[in-house]
Design a protein around this ligand. Structure first.
Ligand SMILES: [Zn+2]
Length: 442
């Protein structure tokens, strides 16, 4: 038994000063309170200890072409032109490249305080669509990359069958192809046998563009987390309305996929009734504001504190989950023209706390966990954030994390009690950077 002792700890019922978090040999939190009956105490002066950040929506391979589409090519420059560049990268990476770039991406996440990633994985086959000898070759490469770095991963195995509603895949989409709903379900069954307890599996019907509605009832038999891109683009919504008479979310709901295990990624353009569908099912939304801003997509029109919301770094234009979470409040302010939109009136810490929860425990819930934070019995997935710096001076600790923190403030992290980042460093960083270098550039 050992203990972590920071100046402040973010507990489910509020911020506490000078409490020790005791961790047992299985990596679970065994007690919270005074230091006693432990073999060692790790003191962290100047730090606030909080649940690890959870990156609910990632496509790790997209890290390979960061910065390569920040110029105006001839013609349009929007989500769809960016997607063409993304396809070129997706089709150029070897299995070794997928592994090396994913390791780099997960290293960057770990250094930014992420302890758990939901990897929405849709590159399955060779570039011409031929499956690898092991159909889960690339998924396993991505899982291996996360385990090398030491973070927890939910491999959200994407389902991808069409280019648009009723339109066959194009030649640049053959790597993503599923021929039947059985293929992704079988893949999930196989991936779920992974022996490492840091590996979980979810199902990711890519979008209404990519998944036929008639596949959805069978996909709904999956019992774990289900994530889908929903209403990311106005063109996607109007095409869906035209083809089906329903919004993308309503199509997923009619297919039986929208339950309390469902996360709608983006929902930037909800149709009338969509938010009610989410609330009625106690489903969640995952916003990715940095990517959505980078792509010129828009932002989640969140006007209320209520509802389950998490965040992800999606295309990895930058990896900063603190910023992703606070963006929701900032976008809400821009939308409604006042401040403190996600706060509960009269509750002093509620806004900052809500932002921290969006970046941490809400993500855990989207990935099938309880999201109980730092509590007895929970896995010790923790991050220590250094507040001993000029930008935090005089700022209340919870507000400092919610409104000011950057990835550079991350001092230490643990996953299931195992150290991942210590003193701002990762032991494999140099090896990972060397391994990724030749695969970057898109
Ligand atoms: Zn995405």
């Amino acid at each position: 038994m050992r203990a972590l002792l920071a100046d402040y700890t973010v507990l489910p019922d509020g911020l506490k000063a000078n409490v020790a978090v005791r961790i047992d040999d299985a990596g679970n939190i065994a007690g919270i309170g005074p230091v006693m009956a432990v073999d060692s105490v790790r003191r962290m002066p100047g730090c606030v200890l909080m649940p690890g950040l959870v990156n609910t929506h990632s496509h790790a391979f997209q890290r390979a072409f960061r910065g390569r589409v920040q110029f105006r090519a001839t013609g349009r420059s929007d989500f769809w032109s960016w997607r063409d560049a993304m396809y070129r990268t997706a089709n150029s990476l070897s299995p070794e490249g997928v592994y090396a770039v994913s390791r780099l991406c997960f290293l960057e996440m770990a250094l930014a305080g992420v302890t758990h990633v939901g990897e929405f994985h849709y590159v399955h086959h060779q570039a011409d669509g031929t499956p690898y000898a092991d159909p889960n070759e690339l998924a396993n490469r991505v899982i291996a990359a996360a385990l090398d770095v030491g973070i927890r991963i939910h491999l959200l195995r994407a389902v991808y069958a069409t280019s648009a509603i009723g339109v066959p895949l194009g030649p640049d989409q053959l790597r993503f192809r599923d021929a039947s709903p059985d293929e992704p379900l079988d893949a999930c069954l196989s991936l779920a046998k992974h022996p490492n307890s840091r590996v979980g599996v979810g199902l990711a019907p890519h979008s209404v563009r990519a998944v036929p509605a008639e596949w959805m009832p069978e996909l709904a038999s999956f019992g774990g987390p289900i994530h889908a891109h929903v209403a990311e683009q106005p063109a996607e919504v109007s095409a869906c309305l035209q083809a089906t008479g329903r919004s993308p979310l309503a199509v997923f709901a009619e297919g039986g996929l929208v339950t309390d295990r469902f996360t709608a990624v983006h929902l930037t353009y909800p149709s009338q009734g969509d938010l009610q569908i989410i609330d009625d099912a106690n489903a969640a939304v995952c916003a990715c504001p940095i990517t959505e801003m980078d792509l010129g997509d828009g932002f989640l029109p969140l006007k209320l504190r209520s509802g389950r919301v998490s965040v992800g770094s999606d295309s990895h234009a930058r990896i900063d989950l603190f910023e992703e979470a606070r963006c929701l409040e900032m976008h809400a302010r821009a939308l409604v023209g006042r401040r403190n939109v996600l706060a509960v009136e009269g509750e002093r810490d509620s806004l900052a706390r809500r932002i921290i929860d969006i970046g941490t425990v809400e993500g855990t819930r989207c990935l099938g966990g309880l999201g109980s934070g730092i509590s007895v019995g929970a896995s010790a997935d923790l991050v220590a954030v250094d507040l001993d710096r000029p930008a935090a001076m005089g700022v209340p600790p919870v507000e400092a994390v919610a409104f000011c923190a950057t990835p550079e403030w991350v001092q230490h992290s643990w996953v299931a009690g195992h150290a991942v980042i210590q003193d701002g460093l990762h032991p494999l960083a140099q090896d990972i950077l060397r391994g990724a270098k030749r695969h970057l550039g898109g």
